[in-house]
Design a protein around this ligand. Sequence first.
Ligand SMILES: Cc1ncc(COP(=O)(O)O)c(C=O)c1O
Length: 370
Amino acid sequence: MIAVNEPLLNGNEKRNLIECIETGWISSEGPFVKQFEEKFSKKVERKYGIAVANGSAALDIACAAIGLKKGDEVIMPTFTIISCAAAIVRTGAIPVVVDCFPDTWNMDVTAIESKITKNTKAIMVVHIYGITTDMDPIIAIAGKYNLKIIEDAAEMHGQTYKGKPCGSFGDISTFSFYPNKHITTGEGGMVLTDDEALAEKCRSLRNLCFQAKRRFVHEEIGWNYRFTNLQAALGLAQLERIDEFVSIKRKMGKLYTELLKDVENIQLPIAQTDYCRNIYWVYGIVLGKEIPFDADEAMKRLGEMKIGTRPFFWNMHEQPVFLKAGLFKKEKYPVSENIARRGFYVPSGLALTEEQIYEVAGVVKKVLKF
Ligand SMILES: Cc1ncc(COP(=O)(O)O)c(C=O)c1O
């Protein structure tokens, strides 16, 4: 089986992990955590980074830290992972969704303004699959209506929008370091901001809102979303290679596109927009309407030929859990609905070899013949 995602761990990861074991620093108190926070924040051009247990935890903390509360509304893309909407809902706020653009699969920024009400407090931007969201219109709308921006840059390590790092735009931004990301810490995430008070709030929320004055006395409820020295050991080694990893992914994307560009009736990821170049977090394929089967069938056929795949995200407005709660009644977002049903991605990990890319592309061509 060609795995859908396999990380590269052949730098200083082992050396750093051995150091953790030899020194006994394995908890969140270890010295690598701070080093990783400082180095990653510098890369993203932010003042403060708060490393946390995973990218979903980072979103929980970000939404709580900016003070979302019952009845507030947050505008976000419907086409994303549940972590984004779940973090909003957990604060008592309401996710309000928009469709995505058919070429970038990122939120349709022209649909945001009409969704603003007196309850709107924030826009949650989620950069999708390697191309960034178009930030300028969002920054303009947020300024006009005094809204906060939460920037989910989970998939965007090493990516830039108009030359500025992803993760540097939101009032608060988040990353994930799951093993399918450009750099990994096993599980892991980070919240970033330039606001000192907000950073302090995030640190407190990460650590159960323990107080300096008297431990075990709490004014607020937080989480244990701490990040360990073992995770940071991996992260520091991975971060040394972030630019190399971005270029490996770009080479992978370029080769897949060269090999698949002549296949009829499929949509491939775009290589660039006028504000960013794709970093190919994953290499997605969307089946055209002429193909008489959907992504599930294509993935089944690819699996039978030993090619690992994953489906695209399932939209927030189609999630049973939210429909049961009375959200998104009768809402329709045709672009997102189409790509959720007809999109999937092929092996895209950093350890993928050139021969494997040729093999995957060959099988995709065979499987998509009808
Ligand atoms: C856009 C986005 N946000 C959040 C997450 C959640 O990150 P994690 O899996 O680390 O909780 C992911 C995970 O892939 C993601 O793609």
